[in-house]
Design a protein. Structure first.
Length: 226
């Protein structure tokens, strides 16, 4: 397959954000206040989701950048297991992770250092699972079940969605270039479910039929989309 075309600036932004993962996970072990970096990122996500849907995952997420730019270099890059895309599995992971987060925050009893430590712990757990999955399957396999991605799909199910035109030929190149193997061609004539699309625009940039678009996104190479 030819090299994947990417939207301008995405790769650079991911490389900028990726180092935050070892900073928080490793540095936070010694200084828990670094967990507030994670809280800041969560706040940005919760604000951005109302305007751009799951755009945060595709562009700004430090973990996503780390997996896609660094972990990918060691990944066997095997196709994701079907269970990673199963709705029941996503909700199971969401329930378990959110329950753990809530429990630990209650146990912190309002102590600022302990609160920071809770978010260091959550990033450490997520990163550990992500590396374990990403070394074998797609580097961003964890992102398919990530609770934050699920949350964004719940909060803004109709924001900045990927549209698939009737001109789609079903070549499924879009699925091959998607970091989480979403197959937009399966939604021909409709919109892709919000939670299943990270708005990375890889599919838009690489569609040979120019059949994919996101309202409000303009590609310098392919013209206005939507």
């Amino acid at each position: 397959m030819k090299p994947i075309k990417e939207a301008s600036g995405r790769k650079f932004l991911q490389w900028v954000m990726a180092p935050l993962v070892p900073v928080v996970v490793v540095g936070g072990y010694y200084w828990p206040y670094l967990g507030y970096i994670a809280i800041t990122m969560l706040t940005i996500m919760l604000l951005l989701v109302w305007f751009r849907g799951r755009y945060y995952c595709g562009w700004i997420c430090a973990m996503g950048g780390f997996y896609e730019r660094i972990l990918a270099r060691a990944s066997l890059n095997k196709p994701m297991l079907p269970v990673f895309k199963a709705t029941w599995f996503k909700w199971l992971v969401f329930t378990m992770m959110m329950s753990l987060l809530l429990f630990r925050l209650i146990m912190s009893d309002g102590d600022l250092e302990k609160i920071g430590g809770v978010f260091v712990m959550m990033w450490t757990i997520s990163t550990s699972f992500a590396i374990a999955l990403g070394l074998i399957w797609k580097p961003r396999s964890w992102c398919s079940v990530c609770p934050m991605g699920t949350m964004q799909g719940i909060l803004a199910p109709n924001r900045f969605r990927l549209s698939v035109a009737e001109s789609c030929k079903g070549c499924e190149l879009c699925a091959k270039v998607c970091p989480i193997e979403t197959n937009p061609s399966a939604f021909k004539g409709d919109y892709v479910r919000s939670a299943d699309c990270m708005r990375c625009f890889n599919c838009v940039e690489n569609c040979p039929q120019n059949a994919l678009s996101v309202v409000g996104y303009t590609s310098p190479d392919r013209g206005s989309r939507g």
